[in-house]
Design a protein around this ligand. Structure first.
Ligand SMILES: O=C(O)CCC(=O)C(=O)O
Ligand SMILES: [Fe+2]
Length: 357
């Protein structure tokens, strides 16, 4: 009997999830997407910081010392930067984006064929943060999760796999170059991030349909990505915002949400929680959120590079031994970290409190 009720409850929850990209234009924002006032996009930090330009790092050329320095400077200040001459061919980027847009253009029932509440399943389609069911508030986003290592994709639309394989191979190569340069810039051996520490990868294909009132909701709530580094490509600018901190020499402790847009052909990179831990706090995990747009649908591809689940993550020894610097974080397995990340619903400070020394 209990089993029957449990099954019915599960069926109800699964049926309650409905994708935003259902073929119809939204006329108003349904109640469950309306966030409490202090969580809405108008909450913009305390506004004490002047918005800067997002640093552009040119990965071309062979002056690795200079490139490493630029990555470290941007990583320390923002945890975000753009890369150009990144080696991902324009046609490979275009084909991947077209395939992603084609997926979200499918009828809702064809997308729902990939819907699952099992967070470990790939590929997996969901809406809002997790599944769109049983969540207190819903966010204005549909998402298709794809495997990158190895590539795992839906059969529908048919060209998705053919576009995904070259895209992830090229994006992962660019991410590994950035990780090698970051290691050098931190004073670690070039291979520090290689092997199991960067052995996992997956992709969020995010889709934000036009929203009738972007002031009421968010596409994604403020969070840092869990892994080492994320490589992001978008089809239209506007939407992604990073939290800027004024904690430089002048102090002040101000924060402000600022727009992050890539130059044409560029990719946006941000460091995640694992980079902040391994660098013992020298590099920042870039906190970000997504605001919605009223006119156009936005699609973004976020490729995450992160450790294998069993891999132990800890501050690099070389960075802990410097005078006056103890380890800021205790060692843990990445599997343990992900459990906490999900349980604390992405809340940066609550997550890191579990791992601080
Ligand atoms: O859509 C974006 O620009 C960001 C997506 C994102 O933050 C994520 O998938 O973790
Ligand atoms: Fe993110």
């Amino acid at each position: 009997m209990i089993g029957i009720y449990a099954n019915q409850a599960r069926l109800y929850l699964e049926m309650a999830a409905e994708p935003l990209s259902n073929g119809a234009a939204h006329q108003s924002v349904p109640g469950r997407y309306i966030l409490p006032v202090h969580q809405r996009p108008s909450y913009s930090g305390n506004g004490k910081v002047a918005p800067p330009m997002l640093p552009v790092v040119d990965l071309g050329g062979d002056d690795d010392g200079r490139i490493a320095e630029e990555i470290i400077r941007a990583g320390r200040e923002f945890g975000f930067f753009q890369v150009v001459n990144h080696g991902v061919p324009e046609e490979v980027m275009g084909a991947m984006m077209r395939a992603a847009e084609e997926f979200f253009g499918l009828p809702a029932d064809e997308k729902m064929a990939y819907y699952s509440t099992d967070g470990k399943q790939l590929p997996r389609f969901h809406t809002s943060v997790r599944n769109g069911a049983g969540e207190e508030f819903l966010y204005w986003r549909d998402c298709l999760k794809l495997g990158c290592h190895p590539p795992e994709w839906p059969d529908n639309p048919r060209g998705l796999g053919a576009a995904l394989e070259p895209y992830t191979a090229a994006v992962m190569a660019a991410a590994r170059r950035v990780l090698r340069l970051a290691a050098v810039g931190l004073g670690l051996c070039e291979e520090h991030f290689e092997g199991p520490l960067s052995g996992g990868a997956m992709m969020n294909v995010n889709h934000y349909p036009p929203c009738p009132d972007p002031s009421l909701t968010l596409g994604i709530a403020p969070h840092c990505d869990p892994g080492l580094v994320t490589v992001l490509m978008e089809n239209v600018g506007g939407g992604l915002q990073m939290l800027l901190h004024d904690d430089g020499d002048a102090g002040g402790g101000g924060t402000m949400w600022v727009d992050v847009d890539a130059a044409p052909g560029g990719l946006v990179l941000n460091f995640g929680h694992q980079m902040e831990v391994v660098s013992n706090g020298r590099l920042r995990s870039g906190e970000h959120r997504v605001v919605t747009g009223a006119r156009v649908a936005r699609t973004s591809l976020a490729s995450f590079v992160w450790p294998e689940l069993w891999c132990t993550v800890a501050p690099a020894q070389e960075l802990v031994l410097a005078p006056g610097k103890g380890p800021l974080y205790r060692p843990y397995s990445y599997g343990e970290f992900l459990g906490v990340y999900v349980a604390e619903a992405g809340d940066r400070d609550a997550i890191m409190a579990h791992f601080k020394h």
